[in-house]
Design a protein around this ligand. Structure first.
Ligand code: PEP
Length: 263
């Protein structure tokens, strides 16, 4: 279902009226985690300044440590919905449990499946039956074939509104949080009709790498970018080291505007 062999035309997926796919370079930006209403609204304004047309933000955070901030849950979803009403930015947010899909879909415009859940097959089936587009992140140790098979699980349940997201894979390199597999972009475009976007924030894990990796993604033909921003990364409850702030935010807009593509 996701193979290009049977569907030669590349697909455009709409998220709350915003297109992702060929002919567009869609920017999704926002805080890694929803912390407070003020922080989320400020981050959404930064997202707009970055040229984003969609707001990201985690209400359910799948953290490596059980002692780390786990997200605000439904309270975070309500904050996201309020910020959407204020800014007009449709919301992309992660769902980590099959039982929460209905609840998250009530608030969100797009359901994100994170790297740790790429092969959580009951969750994939649940979002496959949900009336929302899905952002499927690549598992940190998954091959491209495994990633496309995970998309197939979603599609098989009837939901073909899937966007793939390359977010870096685990390699022997320790200088970066993950290694951005830039070749995944053209490889996926050859194998699948689904759009593919890149997450330069989670790939490098470092603020100074976000713009260079974003440029590389665009040059490789990515259909979009998903970027962390935070009004004050020094007090962020989640992944502050990779959040853009200050002047760097406008540089994302300059990058996409310079290409003259519709956002
Ligand atoms: C995220 O985008 O909030 C996230 C946790 O990303 P990943 O699943 O790629 O680590």
């Amino acid at each position: 279902l996701v193979s290009r062999e049977h569907h030669p035309e590349r697909s455009v997926i709409e998220v709350g009226g915003v297109p992702i796919g060929p002919g567009f370079l869609t920017v999704i930006a926002g805080p890694c985690a929803v912390e407070t209403p003020e922080q989320t609204l400020q981050a959404a304004r930064m997202a707009k300044a970055a040229g984003a047309s969609l707001l990201r933000g985690g209400a359910y955070k799948p953290r490596t440590s059980p002692y780390a901030f786990q997200g605000l849950g439904e309270e975070g979803l309500k904050i996201l919905a309020d910020v959407r009403a204020e800014t007009g930015l449709p919301v992309v947010t992660e769902v980590v449990d099959a039982h929460d899909v209905e609840l998250v879909a009530e608030y969100a415009d797009m359901l994100q499946i994170g790297t740790r859940n790429m092969q959580n097959f009951s969750l994939l089936r649940a979002v496959g039956a949900a009336p929302r587009p899905v952002l499927l992140k690549r598992g940190m140790s998954a091959t491209i074939k495994e990633w496309l098979m995970a998309a197939e699980y979603i599609a098989q349940r009837g939901n073909l509104d899937i966007v793939l997201c390359e977010r870096g894979i685990r390699t022997f390199e320790t200088a970066t949080r993950n290694t951005l597999d830039i070749s995944a972009v053209p490889v996926v475009h050859r194998l699948s009709h689904l759009p593919v976007i890149v997450d330069p924030s989670h790939s490098g894990g470092r603020r100074d790498l976000v713009l260079p990796l974003a440029r590389a993604a665009v040059a490789a033909g990515a259909d979009g970018l998903i970027i962390d921003v935070h009004p004050d990364p020094s007090i962020a409850l989640c992944d502050g080291d990779q959040a853009l702030c200050g002047d760097d935010v406008e540089k994302v807009a300059e990058l996409t505007e310079s290409l003259g593509v519709l956002m």
